[in-house]
Ligand binder design. Sequence first.
Ligand code: HEC
Length: 191
Amino acid sequence: MAFPAMMLLGAFLLLNSVSAWAEPSADEGLHVFKSANCVGCHKWSGEGGGGYGGAAANLRRTALSLDQIEHTIRCGRPATGMPHFDPDAYSDGRCYGLKKAQMSAATMPPEPDHYLRPADIDAVAKYVVSHIKGKGPPTFAQCQAFFGDGTRACDVYEKTSDSSGAQAGASAGSAHQHLKIESAPDANAGK
Ligand code: HEC
């Protein structure tokens, strides 16, 4: 009796993982953002900035579409520090119509620590759109979602959001924030 049930369960899990593969989850995108070291240049918040041999773009303020973001990740950006995560980016003209032979050390985007599979590029591009682009200044909650609870790395944001709340003249503002959190239990249920 246990056997057919196990097989059913197995088929169910297999189907589930196939659909997860087809549509990347935010977790996969987050994983790639960390493991491909986007975070090393763009920071956890996507704000980027200097300090890593160039100024990485602020992804929170990017005007690029999902397609353009994906393209930038695959191709990098010539003459800047943005690496190309597709190993064949400059082998056949697929990126900006350019090939390696036409490029100099100055225009060739750097190689990444490691290249990414198309599915990973898809996942991380979607993560940038759903979690970073257009999100405004980084918050304590977003920082915790990135690093996990109990990290000290986010303390600075807790203070920042407190003081910006005070600047906005709003103890009412933080009460409002509590209200919003309490009235949105679904946000956690969906995790
Ligand atoms: C070695 C540092 C470095 C790494 C690693 C890196 N980037 Fe970048 N990225 C940059 C720099 C520098 C720019 C700005 C290029 C410019 O000046 O136009 C940039 C630009 C971008 C842009 C274009 C934004 C815009 O609005 O023009 C996107 C999107 C992007 N990076 C996403 C990523 C993602 C996703 C990853 C990880 C898979 C990643 N980057 C890894 C340095 C890096």
